[in-house]
Write a protein that binds this ligand. Structure first.
Ligand SMILES: *[C@@H]1O[C@H](CO)[C@@H](O)[C@H](O)[C@H]1NC(C)=O
Ligand SMILES: *[C@@H]1O[C@H](CO)[C@@H](O)[C@H](O)[C@H]1NC(C)=O
Ligand SMILES: *[C@@H]1O[C@H](CO)[C@@H](O)[C@H](O)[C@H]1NC(C)=O
Ligand SMILES: *[C@@H]1O[C@H](CO)[C@@H](O)[C@H](O)[C@H]1NC(C)=O
Length: 730
């Protein structure tokens, strides 16, 4: 009697046998490709095969490629590898063996082999099925010889075919081909030979039932998702097919790179970026990779001081970082030199490139890359001064497991970012279907894209190519970053941008005018985040805490911390460097009527190019304070025609006689400190017999302008007092 254990054992054996014959769904199918190099495209191909349980035999691995540049005619070597393999199989295999051949660098499987076979068997009277495309390539004259051209994809493409072993063996043995001759031309001529076509029963997959070639078909193919739980797939909306193998032939490689972000279970709305999770690596603290941190200051940059300091905040041991600090802006040289002198010693090595070195951006970037390779560092971390990244960014990038990867950085609230989703045929920016969703974080993941800039990590091994081409930042008439990305694309090296988490942002240098005194203080509109950090009083937000008791030194005169001491100093510097204080007479050309009843010695914001910025400050930082304390009064944006800094000093104008302001409310910002910068001074409200003398630097007084708050400026007896005044809503 069969005991239970024996039975289970036999069952197990039976299952193992059953499963092993099911490795490719059906033992009668062999999936072949040719790949001499371990490219990112091959990795993507093999992953897609694995996802669908397809076992692939890679022919030519480790061989030297002699099939030419695949952007041009060539590829005969693929046939020669295949011929050897098929001839070997012919000696041992039966005639019902099916061979599926595909290219690999620009191909992905989208379904299991069972599905592919099932579809293949729906082609009647077919022993060999080639994929088909819209272009007759490489010899367009052959188009006239095709038996049918009134179909969706009239012409043979050699990037994918499926058929029975004997017929395929006969095809590849029908003629000889040199490695650098064209494989597609070879198969095309076989197909166009009527005798061979009929005898070997060769058909073309005109409707993309199995094979979808993307070149020329971009508007035919749509990326679709049924529900948020499902993986995206592609549909050929012309032929209503859901292709099972996709080929980014010719210039459509970048389209495949985009689709590949989603296909083969790479990403779904619900599961997120599945492929990202597969690649993650854990950093080993005792053997962290060595980094070349290459810093580039190529243009006048707002808040450069903060940028340099942020480099020191990078969460990574500095003894694992080689620093290369390249500055090409004379204006920043003092700041950069100060930083370098102060901190160079903290790094493993440190090198400067100065404006006076007269090195182009491309050369400088090539130097960084070469130094990295010579210093045996493991990664190049390139960061431009426009980037503002969180301290953990470098670690994140390292542990992403990607060879070339950028953190997504964008100008806050704008679509301007450090990557392109697509590229025009001329090599410039083009918008991809998913660009906005990625920039605004509506979809999250790590995305294969054709262009990255400003901040990225490159694994140094990608620079060590086997190709005669190399990665370079130099190309005639092309910016360094465009040259770099173009060379990566040509080498088939994938670059990525991640928005899995938020990493920081880009500053906007467009209106940064270094002819100004303290140009950063002008940047409140373009670079608000950085501006607030430096110039808003650190206690400003406390004004809005619930239950806060606002200081009121005199009736209805409120008192708020608003600007930082640094703001006050720079604001004074801007005025003093400009220097054209009014003469204190009633005659004032700056005013519409030319007459000022209560004149002060002052400079208007218009005179120093700060009017727009100051109105923005009123709207953004002053108005909310007003609405909080003088409830029920709304006026947005606040209007203010008179915005000026007043200077009081004993030898000029020491005080101001009692007056009303032409305003609904007035603000009075103290720019310096009593008993330190000046003696005396202050503001006296006559109706209340109340004075504010102990004003605080960066604090704002806010009071009604008319009727109740008749006031005067108290006499300054020594030093110089500066206040910033606005008459809001006159
Ligand atoms: C380059 O060639 C070497 C030696 O043949 C091989 O180990 C390596 O994988 C190749 N690199 C690429 C990117 O194919
Ligand atoms: C999506 O729906 C179509 C049509 O109902 C179906 O044929 C296809 O298999 C579905 N695809 C996925 C990935 O769920
Ligand atoms: C902010 O408030 C804290 C605590 O009251 C104080 O110590 C600090 O000096 C204030 N900062 C400024 C810039 O006024
Ligand atoms: C105003 O107040 C001061 C002291 O705070 C006092 O000496 C003076 O008499 C007051 N003036 C009037 C008009 O009430």
């Amino acid at each position: 009697m069969l005991d239970l254990r024996k039975f289970l054992f036999l069952l197990q054996v039976f299952l193992i046998i059953l499963l092993s014959t099911q490795v490719n769904g059906n033992d009668d199918v062999l999936v072949l490709t040719v790949a001499t190099d371990e490219t990112h495209g091959l990795q993507r191909y093999l992953r897609s095969a694995e996802i669908y349980g397809i076992k692939v035999e890679v022919l030519g691995r480790g061989h030297l490629w002699s099939g030419g540049d695949m952007n041009y005619a060539g590829g005969g070597q693929k046939i020669n590898f295949l011929k050897d393999k098929l001839n070997e199989l012919m000696t041992s295999e039966h005639k019902d063996k099916i061979i599926l051949f595909t290219d690999s660098y620009d191909v992905m499987f989208l379904a299991s082999l069972d599905k592919i076979l099932k579809k293949f068997k729906t082609f009647s009277d077919t022993r060999v099925l080639f994929s088909a495309e819209q272009f007759c390539w490489p010899d367009s004259k052959l188009a006239a010889k095709y038996p049918t051209t009134e179909v969706a994809n009239p012409f043979l493409n050699s990037g994918g075919f499926i058929g029975y072993l004997p017929e395929l063996a006969e095809i590849v043995n029908s003629k000889t081909i040199k490695d650098n001759e064209d494989d597609q031309l070879f198969y095309t001529l076989v197909y166009l030979d009527k005798r061979m076509r009929d005898e070997l029963k060769i058909s073309l997959d005109h409707n993309s039932v199995i094979f979808q070639n993307l070149n020329g078909a971009l508007s035919d193919v749509e990326l679709k998702t049924n529900t948020t739980e499902d993986w995206p797939y592609i549909e050929n909306v012309v032929t209503k097919q859901q292709p099972l193998i996709v080929h980014g032939n010719g210039p459509a490689k970048l389209t495949l790179n985009n689709l590949g972000n989603y296909l083969a279970q790479s990403w779904s709305k619900e599961k997120g970026c599945a492929i990202c999770k597969e690649k993650k690596v854990e950093l080993q603290e005792d053997s962290l990779p060595t980094i070349m941190m290459a810093v580039f200051i190529e243009q006048p940059t707002p808040f450069l001081e903060e940028f340099l300091l942020s480099l020191l905040e990078t969460d990574y041991p500095k003894e694992k970082i080689h620093l290369l600090l390249r500055n090409n802006v004379e204006y920043h040289e003092n700041e950069v030199e100060k930083f370098f002198q102060g901190h160079a010693k903290e790094f493993l090595t440190a090198k400067r490139i100065k404006p006076s070195d007269l090195i182009t951006e491309s050369e400088a970037r090539n130097i960084a890359k070469d130094r990295c390779m010579n210093n045996l560092c493991d990664y190049l971390f390139s960061i431009d001064s426009l980037s503002r990244v969180e301290p953990g960014t470098l670690r994140y990038l390292l542990s992403s497991g990607y060879d070339v990867v950028a953190p997504l950085l964008a100008r806050p609230g704008q679509a301007w970012s450090n990557f392109w989703g697509a590229i025009s045929s001329a090599g410039f920016y083009a918008r991809s279907h998913d660009y906005m969703e990625i920039v605004y974080g509506e979809i999250k993941g790590i995305w294969n894209v054709p262009f990255i800039t400003n901040c990225y990590l490159v694994k140094i091994s990608v620079f060590k190519t086997n190709s005669s081409k190399s990665v370079t930042y130099s190309k005639e008439n092309v910016d360094a970053d465009m040259a770099f990305c173009a060379s990566l694309r040509e080498l088939g090296i994938f670059m990525h941008v991640s928005n899995e988490i938020s990493f920081g942002y880009l500053v906007n240098p467009e209106n940064f005018d270094i002819t100004r005194t303290h140009p950063d203080v002008y940047q409140v509109i373009d670079n608000k985040i950085e501006w607030e950090k430096r110039y808003l009083n650190e206690n400003y937000s406390k004004n809005f805490e619930t239950g806060r008791e606002h200081l009121m030194p005199c009736p209805d005169v409120y008192w708020f911390p608003m600007m930082s001491p640094r703001f006050c100093q720079e604001w004074i510097d801007v005025m003093e460097n400009y220097g054209k204080w009014s003469d204190g007479s009633n005659h004032d050309e700056r005013l519409e009527g030319g007459y000022e009843a209560v004149p002060t010695r002052d400079i208007h914001m218009k005179q120093v190019g700060l009017e727009r910025q100051w109105l923005y400050i009123l709207k953004t930082y002053v108005r909310p304070l007003q609405e909080m304390v003088f409830t029920g009064y709304y006026h947005n944006p606040p209007v203010s025609l008179m915005n000026f800094v007043v200077r009081y000093r004993p030898d000029e104008q020491p005080s101001l006689r009692p007056h009303h302001d032409s305003s609904t409310y007035t603000i009075n910002l103290a720019l310096n400190t009593p008993n330190v910068d000046y003696e005396g001074g202050g503001c006296h409200f006559i109706r209340y017999n109340c004075s504010v003398r102990d004003t605080k630097r960066g604090w704002l007084l806010m009071h009604p302008g008319r009727l109740t708050h008749y006031h005067e400026g108290l006499r300054v007896t020594g030093g110089t007092r500066y206040i910033m005044i606005s008459f809001v809503n006159p």
